[in-house]
Design a protein around this ligand. Structure first.
Ligand code: ATP
Ligand code: MG
Length: 583
């Protein structure tokens, strides 16, 4: 498909925080970004201070910080002043319980207000915060808390009884469990969140943390293998704040909704820290995805900036254009997507239905914040991840020689690498020093993704290095094949893997799911094979296509190609702790 760029009316007219002008982009860098934050009086940097207290100090305490919408529609609103008090109380509680700087605080919670209070209170107390996705079963919870040496856990009574109590005594580091709902009488070894926080001071003196002090522990999605624990420091807030401003284009009156769960890095970097450091109002919806509910929320809450993921966008596409058109979405100013490649088809669909495109951006748990993006003033090239941000040096490199060699020629596939040293760069994989060291060569961080750069400096995702298919001398990126399949009107989603083949080395196999109202049939399968061959040529098109009702994906919404492959070949399935459902 020949994809035309979606041109912004006139870059100079778009009221964007980051003009698409190379001189202006060049002027911005991490030093400028540092100057946008306060730092602690007398030295030091603390994410909790920058996200919450700073706004109160500057006289914006009455501004709405969090508008929480419960599953049943209950709404709770927290001003920045309310949030300061609540997080001060949680920090005071940690202190009262005898925890000091460096304490490891875990949550196993849905998107409840206590999750946000715990995260920010822990950071203010100088602790390290680690959110666990609430639907994890007992084993993934235990494994993560064990390797993360958890000292405190905040969770619900039901999850505690089911997932933690049976083995609690075997993790001696775990000193306190705090329950956000009333504990049943037989759970005596826990504290009650509300009561414990009410009994301590609502005015806490923030612990003096340095930029390099540990702040966050995030486990990766487990898309390519066993999840890794990526460690982040307080300095990451420089990138969270700057990318909230420059990429998400957050402006003071915005109502911002990041749909990601804080159990994954997006839900913390952009579902807590970036919006709050930028002083906007953020929406938290406790409920899971539902197309009708999401559109109603966007309209009712007058959401102006929306950050979501391809998997949700594809579900919205599946639900049909009419549903979107039944809601008043006129307040939406900027829409962005991350987590997986965003097919050109989805960008074009959004421009048609919303009158503005989704802006794709790229980053990883390891990068801590957005690195490559389509920003508000840029022309969007559907299917491209956009351009590196000011301060980010990204390159396509060849890793096959003794030294890393940047590939300058446009549209050549290579490893996506970043010059090490950006503020939100991860500082280690928990207990995996060799693995961390192996990510860096000659001052470059190797991302594990393959990409290309075009003559205008836009980056194009090709696939994860692990997923790339080598067939009869061709290097085939699954994304290209999946995108071509998704252009067919019957296809909702596609996943492509390589299968061993004696003659070609590997052959391409595709799995697709269908849009609402489409029925699987042999005729349709043949039509899809023909469509792909016409679009991609016989060398790249899938030899096999299987129509399925669903695809296996991670709980953070990413298609697990490694699982499709393992099942196809009868190989061990590997770590399934982040698998959403048996598909
Ligand atoms: P694991 O490392 O455990 O296999 P994961 O890589 O999926 O899991 P994350 O850190 O959540 O864990 O995801 C980052 C990866 O997601 C990137 O390396 C890239 O492969 C993919 N990704 C994120 N954003 C984009 C995007 N805009 N376009 C293409 N791929 C993306
Ligand atoms: Mg990864």
């Amino acid at each position: 498909m020949e994809v035309k760029p979606i041109r912004k009316p006139d870059a100079t007219k778009v009221r964007a925080n980051l003009p698409d002008d190379s001189a202006e982009r060049h002027r911005l860098g991490w030093d400028v970004a540092r100057s946008w934050l306060d730092g602690l009086t007398g030295g030091g940097l603390n994410i909790g201070y920058e996200a919450v207290d700073r706004h109160v100090v500057h006289g914006h305490g009455n501004r709405e910080a969090i508008r929480w919408i419960g599953k049943n529609g209950t709404v709770r609103s927290f001003s920045y002043a309310n949030l300061k008090e609540a997080t001060d109380r949680f920090a005071s509680l940690l202190e009262k319980l005898g925890h000091t700087k460096g304490v490891h605080v875990f949550t196993l919670l849905g998107r409840t207000p206590e999750l946000y209070i715990t995260a920010l209170g822990t950071l203010k107390a100088g602790g390290m915060f680690c959110p666990l996705y609430s639907a994890f079963g007992p084993e993934p919870v235990r494994a993560r808390m064990e390797i993360g040496a958890a000292n405190v856990l905040v969770t619900t009574a039901a999850d505690y009884a089911k997932k933690v109590q049976p083995w609690r005594a075997e993790i001696p580091s775990l000193r306190h469990v705090i329950l956000v709902d009333l504990p049943p009488p037989d759970i005596s070894e826990t504290l009650d969140f509300a009561k414990a926080c009410a009994d301590v001071s609502g005015d806490f003196k923030i612990v003096r943390t340095k930029p390099d002090d540990m702040a966050l522990l995030h486990f990766t999605s487990g898309t390519t293998g066993k999840p890794k624990g990526a460690m982040h420091v307080h300095e990451a807030v420089v990138a969270h704040n700057a990318t909230g401003r420059l990429v998400l284009d957050l402006q003071p009156d915005d109502v911002f909704w990041c749909t990601a769960d804080p159990g994954w890095v997006t839900g913390t970097s952009y579902g807590i820290i970036a919006p709050l450091t930028n002083g906007v109002t953020m929406i938290v919806d406790e409920a899971e995805f539902d197309a009708e509910r999401w559109y109603a929320t966007l309209a009712r809450e007058k959401v102006s900036v929306w950050y979501t993921a391809p998997t949700a966008i594809r579900l919205l596409m599946k639900a049909g254009d009419d549903l979107a058109r039944r809601h008043d979405l006129s307040r939406l100013r900027f829409m962005a997507s991350v987590g997986e490649p965003l097919n050109a088809e989805a960008v074009i669909w959004s421009a048609r239905v919303f009158g503005k495109p989704f802006h794709d951006n790229w980053w990883q748990t390891e990068t801590g914040g957005i690195m490559i993006a389509n920003t508000a003033a840029m022309d969007v090239k559907p299917g491209s991840m956009g351009k590196p941000l000011p301060g980010v040096e990204a390159a396509i490199v060849d890793t096959s020689c003794d030294h890393i060699v940047p590939i300058e020629a446009p549209m050549k596939v290579g490893h996506l690498a970043l010059k090490a040293g950006w503020p939100s760069m991860f500082r280690g994989y928990l207990h995996e020093d060799a693995r961390y060291a192996a990510c860096f060569r000659d001052g470059w961080y190797l991302t594990g993704d393959l990409a290309m750069r075009d003559e205008d400096g836009y980056f194009w995702f090709v696939g994860r290095a692990d997923d790339v298919i080598k067939s009869a001398g061709h290097l085939i990126g699954p994304f290209e094949v999946e995108s071509a399949l998704m252009e067919h009107p019957a296809v909702a989603e596609a996943a492509v893997i390589g299968l061993p083949d004696e003659r070609a080395g590997e052959i391409v196999k595709a799995y697709v799911t269908l849009k609402q109202g489409q029925e699987p049939s042999e005729a349709l399968r043949k039509e899809l094979l023909g469509h792909a061959r016409k679009r991609l040529g016989a060398a790249i098109a899938p030899r096999q296509i299987e129509i399925r009702t669903d695809l296996p994906r991670t709980r953070s919404g990413k298609i697990m190609r490694r699982l499709l492959k393992a099942r196809e070949l009868g190989l061990p399935e590997g770590d399934l702790s982040t698998l959403e459902q048996a598909a």
